[in-house]
Write a protein that binds this ligand. Structure first.
Ligand SMILES: [Zn+2]
Length: 148
């Protein structure tokens, strides 16, 4: 377990933040807010509820071969590309049949792909947004601040 002492950005008390291990996923454990302030935030946000959700939708705009080519280009350019790690599967009857999966962001769009090396179909999915009030669907874009 890793813990750190940090100052709450709201009430300014010094508190113990659990970075990893037991308790790190507790609802009120937060790197910015103490337990009391985070409890108020969580309870207040429960009344609002989400207005959109993300999901992985089918995608025909790009192929797995094009994604792997782009990953190879980035590797060649930078030496080592930072990649997301995805859980894989194992073919218990044929260990040579490898499951290949991964993800990439291209021009702000997030894609995942997967396939078995000995089976034909290669699948690409794109991260989508669904407006929970209208049902409309759009390509997901991350609007998080890049200055944090
Ligand atoms: Zn606080």
């Amino acid at each position: 377990m890793i813990e750190e002492y940090v100052r709450c950005i709201h009430c300014k008390v010094v508190y113990r933040h659990r970075v990893s291990g037991s308790g790190c996923f507790d609802a009120y454990n937060d790197k910015d807010y103490c337990h009391d302030c985070k409890e108020v935030i969580v309870n207040a946000l429960e009344k609002v509820g989400p207005r959109a959700e993300s999901f992985w939708g089918p995608c025909n705009d790009i192929t797995v071969d094009e994604i792997e080519k782009e990953l190879g280009r980035r590797d060649a350019e930078s030496g080592l590309t930072f990649r997301q790690v995805f859980p894989g599967y194992v073919d218990m009857e044929d260990p040579d049949n490898r499951y290949i999966t991964g993800g990439i962001r291209i021009n702000g769009k997030d894609f995942t792909y997967n396939y078995w090396t000995k089976r034909g179909e290669k699948e690409v999915k794109i991260k989508m947004e669904r407006d929970l009030q209208t049902g409309q669907e759009f390509v997901w874009r991350d609007y998080r601040s890049r200055y944090r």
